[in-house]
Design a binder for this molecule. Structure first.
Ligand SMILES: C[S@@+](CC[C@H](N)C(=O)[O-])C[C@H]1O[C@@H](n2cnc3c(N)ncnc32)[C@H](O)[C@@H]1O
Length: 322
């Protein structure tokens, strides 16, 4: 594994807060775990309302002024539309989930503010706006920025997630501002995953999201779940084609699994070592995602192959022992 030496911990891993570079698991925000209504991976509809303080931060960071047009791509229950409309913006929401479309329209009505909610896929609508607000997963953001980039002057604000491969122009709390066409980060080698693998602890009976990334060797992006994780979730990469060493987001959506389920597999990308992925569905354990070195992968796999309890393996990794 070309880049695992970048990790500072010799054996298993670090805690999620100090990952190098970041490997985020949305399970760190347990109240936001909400089952998604659609099995349609193409729209990648993970649903969680953004924190209202972050919304206000993002709107201020965007420099939104009365009379400007704000689009919330994936507007969920419409809370962002209401907040922006109350600042005097003309608001448009786009949402693929029909139940959320109804909720967003109802929210505008209840709060007596004007706005439009378009039912459909955000990649199918005209993105003519002064400000584009998003609380979307990185692979979707990466795909979106290529569509937005030609719209010079449009301000894109994201919550919680960076746009992979781009430097934010400004940040405030959980919000980031990108002025289009965006400042593309120069790709740096070598190609590879940022670590050898990851241990994911997810709550059972919920769909959830794990966010990973890699520096691509260049060419078509063909990331595939393999082994025990293959039937357990679905994967979306941030690009179909990548330049040499381009950072590519890889989002994995886990389906709901029963308490105690353990999945052992990986992600295959042509030209790279297989990224090892262990997923433990355990309601008693704190959710999270921990990076693994090669040695960490070996030890955890041996531990599971010996039939030892997954929970002990999780404790081993989280305590950085081994
Ligand atoms: C994390 S929620 C954010 C909701 C809202 N923007 C907020 O900040 O509270 C993401 C929303 O985007 C919607 N979504 C995801 N992919 C979409 C797509 N391709 N087209 C339209 N909506 C999408 C989901 O259904 C979900 O409601």
């Amino acid at each position: 594994m070309s880049r695992s030496s970048a990790l500072s911990v010799p054996h298993l891993t670090t805690a999620a807060g100090s990952l190098v570079p970041e490997v985020v698991h949305c399970g760190h925000r347990p109240p936001h775990w909400v089952a998604m209504n659609s099995a349609d991976v193409s729209t990648w509809p993970f649903w969680a309302p953004s924190d209202l303080a972050s919304v206000e931060e993002a709107l201020s960071l965007s420099g939104l002024v009365a009379g400007e047009v704000l689009i919330d791509l994936g507007c969920g229950d419409g809370q962002v539309l209401v907040a922006a409309a109350e600042r005097g913006a003309r608001v448009v929401g786009v949402e693929s989930d029909p139940e959320l479309v109804d909720l967003a329209r109802a929210a505008l009505e209840t709060r007596e503010v004007d706005g439009e909610v378009i039912a459909g896929d955000l990649f199918d609508v005209d993105l003519d706006a002064d400000v584009v607000f998003t609380y979307l997963a990185p692979a979707t953001l990466q795909r979106l920025v290529h569509v937005l980039s030609p719209r010079r002057g449009t301000r894109l604000v994201t919550v919680d997630f960076d746009v992979p491969g781009f430097d934010a122009d400004e940040r405030a709390g959980a919000a980031r501002l990108y002025r289009m066409p965006g400042r593309r980060r120069s790709p740096r080698g070598p190609a590879g995953w940022t670590c050898a693998g990851a241990l994911v602890v997810a709550p059972p009976e919920h769909q959830s999201l794990t966010v990973l990334d890699l520096d691509h060797p260049g060419g078509p992006v063909t990331a595939t779940l393999v082994g025990g994780v293959a039937g357990g979730g679905a994967l979306l990469a941030g690009a179909d084609e990548a330049a040499r060493f381009e950072r590519v987001a890889v989002d994995v959506r886990w389906e709901d699994h029963a308490q105690g389920t353990v999945l052992d597999g990986g992600i295959e990308v042509a030209g790279l070592d297989t990224f090892a992925l262990f997923v433990v569905f355990d309601e008693a354990a704190e959710s999270g995602c921990w990076e693994l070195t090669d040695e960490g992968v070996r030890r955890l796999r041996t531990h599971l192959e010996n039939g030892d309890a997954a929970r002990d393996g999780v404790a081993l990794v989280r305590e950085g022992g081994g």
